[in-house]
Every structure is written in C-alpha cells, then in structure tokens.
Ligand binder design. Structure first.
Ligand code: PMP
Length: 415
C-alpha cells in the first residue's frame, strides 16, 4: 500500500488546483498525467497571475526611467532578485545574476571567467553524467584556448567515483564543474564534499543546479559553491529567465559577458566603464515580467516549504521505483531512492523508448524519450535512449499507478 499522500506535509489536492493545465484531456477520455517536469515544470496561477498583473499594472522599462511606472517595474524586478537570493541563501542579492537559463549561466562563466582566467593546458574537471550545457561550453574553451578536460567516472549504479575524483585533483585543476542532481539518473551528487575537496586542491567550483533548486533546499553558502546555475522554468516559473549565483569577489573580478545598455557606468566613443554587480552582467532590456513570475514561483515554493517538496518527491520516487520494479522487462537507471531525486529513466526490453512514450501518450501520460541532452552518459551505458518519468509536487501515486498500467499496455502490444 502506498503511504497516504497526506502523511507528507503538503496538500497535493490543493496544489493541483493551482495548475489549470493539468485539468484537461489530451486525448478523448484521457486526462493529462504530466510526468515531464525535469524538462520543464508546469506553472501555477500565482505565477501566471503575477506576470499578467505586472503587464496590466506596471509595465515599463527598468532602471532608466524616472517615472512612477518605471520605479514600480524596477522594484518588482529587483524584489524578485531578493527572493531568489533568500531562497538559496546568497550573501547579497548582487550575487544573483539574471540570465536566460542554466545554459546561459554556464556559458557566462565559461566565456567571462574562463577566457580571462584559463591558459592553454589548464585542467577543468567535469563528470561523465553532465548535461550538454555543462559539457559543450568547456569543449568550446578546449578548442579555442586549449584547456584540458577530465571527467569523474560514473559507476554502473549511477554514482560518481569519488576515488577517481581525488586522483584527478592531484593534477592541479582550476575548476570542477558538476551537476548537483542528474536529469537522467536522478543521482543527487555529494555537492558539499565535491566542493570541499576541490577547494583543498585549489580549484574553484561551478554547480549545475537545474534539477536541484526546484526540488530540495539549496544553501550556496553552506555548500561554499563558487558559481551555481539554475533555470526558472523548472521551478514553477516562466521560461526565458535563469540564474547565475557567483561569489561577489569572483563576479567583481570577471569581465562583462555582453556589452550594451545597463551594464555600463559611463561610455565614451572608444571606451566604457562597467556597471556594478549585478548589472555588469545584465546587458540590454532583461526579461522583466519573467523575473516577476520567477519571484512568484519562489514565493509559491517557499510557502510549500522546500523540505516538504523534497520529502513529498522522495515519497513519490520511492513508490515509482518500487512499482517499476514489478514490471517485467523494465530496467531503471541510477541509484536507489535514498540517493536520488524525482527522476526515473528506464528502458523496456525489446521496445524502443520512443514507442514506449507514444503508447503512454495515447493514455494521456507525458513522459520524455531520448538522450535527455546527456549523450555521453547514454553512450557510457551503451544505450541510445531512455524513457524518463519525472515528478513534482502536483503528481500523485495514483498517477504513477496509471504509468504502470500504461507500461503493461506496452508489454501487451509488443508481446
Ligand atoms: N542541466 C541540467 C541538469 C538540466 O536538466 C537542464 C535542462 N534539461 C539543463 C542543465 C539546461 O537547462 P536550460 O535548458 O534551462 O538551460
């Protein structure tokens, strides 16, 4: 018997009502079961409402206008930054840089810090489980500057090999860049330990927190992370805005990433003086309504409580892993429930993941199939693709039961 949902400290029924998109049939008689939140989360009315309210009440360009509306818009945009800073316990809001997404946050560090600070032959340590967004920017630096890349291996049960990591640390790395939680394996990496060891070896650290901040409490000061990247759209907020957290002294020493309006203090025909943090890294008119929406998403998650979010997702994940283990031919990748977040990537013996997804879709169940932007990891496991079900606070064990029923239909169809 599944643990009753109300045993965990969140009111799932009430939460579901905040997400109108969930209340629909995607095919006749087939109510939507959305199990693709690792790709992007759904948005509650509190978020869409905050964005609409901004446009109806306060739309103006920020920072530059000395009129009432511009001041309101600026306050809303900067207020959201304060909320994000509080959520991840940044020392000051000026350590929170708005970007477009996790990908841009990582590219910002690679372009600005990397180009200014790395020399040919310098070592950057990554892991074999990285998303392409934390691989390709470093590969581009390997091509242009000639930096060296090494990778912490992933074991068959989806964990990082920390002994191999310690050996790599003896090679004088300049940066260790790794994901906090894998979008494929669900593995929650021991970020604090990885960072501590990196610092002992004299390296800085960048954490890809795209799958972490939406799902469990993250404290960047406690972690002692140097850079930490994540996206609004995976944490109930809108698309088009992401975050780069960086320690103030590091961001201050870095050259601007893009040039243009707002990132300057003064401009002459042949020179410019960059603005203070965080504006130095926010050239041009930013995603203002999206920042307001992100602020509302942070409010929503904070009201639920990040510990409650994590506990509820753990309950769902454990239930899903137990039930998936019952289905003959299904193989789930990654560690056990106590070492992973709400992601279950699996193969189904003899059936292509795209076919699995298509049959599930006909039942109204949205899961993702493919390499999930982690081709090297799939190669490591000698597969081309997996099907991935991922969970968030609006999912229930009843929906996981429907997923399992759907997988039995797959089995019936493919014999
Ligand atoms: N890293 C991880 C772990 C992810 O899951 C994702 C999104 N799939 C990204 C980075 C990239 O996020 P975005 O597309 O929002 O830049």
């Amino acid at each position: 018997m599944p643990e009753p949902e109300n045993a965990v400290q969140i009111d799932v029924k009430k939460i579901i009502q905040d997400f109108p998109v969930l209340d629909q049939e995607v095919h006749p008689g087939k109510k939507l079961i959305y199990l693709d939140s690792a790709a992007t989360s759904q948005k509650p009315v509190q978020v869409t409402g905050a964005m609409t309210d901004y446009y109806h009440r306060a739309n103006a360009n920020i920072h530059r206008g000395i009129h009432a509306l511009a001041e309101t818009a600026t306050d809303m945009y900067e207020g959201a930054r304060e909320k994000v800073a509080f959520l991840i316990n940044a020392a000051t809001p000026s350590e929170i840089i708005y970007t477009r997404n996790t990908t841009e946050s990582i590219n910002l560090v690679a372009s600005s810090w990397g180009r200014a600070g790395l020399k040919p032959g310098d070592l950057v340590i990554l892991t074999e489980m990285e998303h392409h967004s934390n691989l390709v920017p470093w590969q581009m630096l390997a091509e242009t500057i000639g930096i060296r890349l090494e990778f912490i291996p992933v074991s068959q049960d989806g964990l990082l090999d920390l002994q191999a990591y310690q050996l790599l640390l003896e090679e004088d790395p300049k940066l260790v860049a790794f994901m906090h939680m894998s979008n494929v394996l669900g593995t929650i990496n021991p970020a604090q330990k990885i960072i501590q060891l990196a610092h002992q070896a004299g390296a800085l650290t960048l954490v890809d927190g795209a799958q972490a901040v939406p799902h469990f409490p993250v404290d960047v000061q406690d972690l002692d992370a140097d850079f930490y990247a994540f996206s609004s759209h995976k944490m109930l907020g809108p698309t088009g805005i992401g975050i780069l957290y960086g320690k103030k002294h590091l961001l201050e020493a870095m050259p601007p990433y893009m040039g243009g309006g707002d990132m300057i203090k003064r401009v002459k025909l042949r020179s410019f003086a960059p603005n203070d943090l965080p504006h130095k890294f926010e050239a041009g008119t930013p995603a203002i309504a999206e920042a307001v929406g992100l602020g509302a998403a942070v409010d929503y998650l904070s009201a639920v409580g990040m510990h409650n979010v994590a506990a509820y997702e753990h309950h769902l994940t454990k239930y899903a892993l137990d039930r998936l283990a019952e289905v003959p031919g299904v193989w789930v990748f990654g560690p056990e429930a106590n070492q992973k977040g709400g992601v279950a990537s699996f193969t189904f013996e003899g059936v292509h993941p795209h076919d699995v997804s298509q049959i599930l879709d006909a039942e109204g169940i949205a899961v993702r199939a493919g390499h999930h932007c982690a081709m090297p990891l799939h190669e490591k496991f000698k597969i081309n693709a997996t099907s991935r079900a991922s969970f968030y606070i609006y999912n229930t064990t009843a929906e996981i039961d429907r997923l399992i029923d759907g997988l039995y239909s797959v089995k019936k169809i493919f014999g």
